[in-house]
Design a protein around this ligand. Structure first.
Ligand code: ZN
Length: 405
């Protein structure tokens, strides 16, 4: 699956109709969650049926305006989050199990169409929505890639609302495969705060300098937002500015980690990483840390994506003991966070702390791949991983995202 993205250019009136469609998609999703909580539905099929009665209900006339397959797509989204919760319960995941939440109204939101409810113009430069909201025809910016795919390859069209406008994402049925020569190299990666990662050869990749700069900028905008009065026009402006800044940061970060991940995959036959828990990391309020965590997660998504494309196994190992054990003799060598060098009293092995950890990660991965067949299933959410969305962006050459007049 590949995703191409283009910005939608239309009138304010048209955007408001897209807003209505997005709102309705959220309404369908939240209604399904509610019905499930109230024990009214117990299976995916019952959820479809419930959605149908919802659309026929005179109290919610807008529900019928949304294309019927789009309604289904939102039922599927809701059900995917319910299933994820069940799966976590079954797997006895410690801590919170991800009980399905209602989606709140916010700028970043989307509505998803399947193969009906929209039409692409002959020259593929315009997109028309044909469902009950009558949003009309939009000009597409930055969609040159779309010309290379057949219409029947487009499986879904998603309208995404962001702080800087509305975008259409085209989900294209296409399997990317690339040839790669064997390099005879296997690599383990250890993430840290001081460096983006240290590999098992001892090489360190530093955090890009723009991360710091972006961090300062976001802090400034956050302060500015907190100084404004609730409900004021200034506050709306400040929030929008902050939202745009976040968007810019995440695009830049994504571009950087994407290139890095592709390089790692192309030069190695096996990549071992730590299986860090998203939950623990995202929760921290220390901004620099959360920015580098986000970068790391995106990096991991890209590694897994390119791993499939180039046929390179990416193995995630349990992160415990990777830094404490000696990678040479396996004995435990306790050290505090400030100890930067690993010195083993048992075998005399001396190495950089992170390099030692990276070697351990690689060794654990060998052990793990010997006992389990094939790749372990990573998170299957029913939604397409975000990293794929942005692949199209990085492949864009000339600046085409001109601002509409
Ligand atoms: Zn040792």
């Amino acid at each position: 699956m590949i995703i191409y993205e283009s910005k939608l250019e239309g009138t304010q009136n048209q955007y408001e109709k897209l807003d209505a469609a997005i709102r309705t998609g959220r309404f369908v999703r939240n209604s399904i969650i509610r019905a499930w909580m109230d024990n009214q539905i117990k299976s995916r099929n019952e959820a479809y049926a419930y959605c149908k009665t919802l659309a026929d209900h005179p109290e919610f006339p807008w529900a019928k305006q949304l294309n019927s397959q789009a309604r289904q797509a939102h039922v599927e989204r809701a059900w995917a989050s319910i299933e994820r919760f069940y799966r976590n319960c079954k797997a006895k995941v410690p801590g919170k199990k991800g009980f399905p939440k209602f989606r709140k109204s916010q700028v970043r939101d989307s509505v998803e169409y399947k193969v009906t409810g929209w039409k692409l113009s002959e020259d593929r430069r315009h997109l028309t929505f044909t469902d009950g909201f009558q949003a009309g025809t939009f000009k597409l910016w930055g969609s040159r890639n779309l010309h290379f795919s057949q219409l029947n390859q487009i499986k879904r069209v998603r309208v995404v609302r962001r702080h800087d406008g509305y975008y259409a994402q085209f989900l294209i049925d296409h399997k990317r495969e690339e040839k790669k020569e064997l390099t005879g190299r296997q690599i383990g990666l250890d993430v840290g705060l001081n460096h983006f990662y240290t590999d098992s050869f001892g090489e360190k990749i530093d955090n890009p300098r723009f991360l710091r700069k972006d961090e300062r900028r976001i802090k400034k905008l956050q302060r500015r937002l907190s100084k404004t009065q609730k409900g004021s026009k200034k506050r709306v402006q400040a929030r929008n500015k902050l939202g745009r800044a976040h968007l810019k940061v995440s695009r830049r970060r994504n571009d950087w980690v994407c290139k890095l991940a592709q390089r790692v995959i192309r030069f190695n036959d096996l990549v071992a990483i730590e299986n860090l828990k998203v939950r623990n990391m995202i929760k921290n309020h220390y901004l620099a840390k959360s920015i580098s965590d986000a970068a790391w997660y995106r990096f991991r998504e890209w590694l897994e994506y390119f791993g499939v494309v180039y046929g390179v196994p990416v193995i995630a190992v349990n992160p415990s003991y990777t830094s404490q054990n000696c990678s040479n003799c396996g004995q435990k060598v306790v050290k505090t966070l400030s100890t930067r060098t690993h010195k083993c009293p048992h075998c005399g092995y001396i190495a950089d702390r992170d390099e030692n950890a990276a070697i351990n990660i690689l060794k654990f991965a060998f052990k793990q791949s010997a006992t389990t067949v094939g790749r372990t299933e990573c998170e299957v959410s029913g939604e397409i991983p975000l990293c794929l969305v942005l692949e199209a962006e990085k492949s864009k050459g000339t600046p085409r995202k001109r601002k509409p007049k």
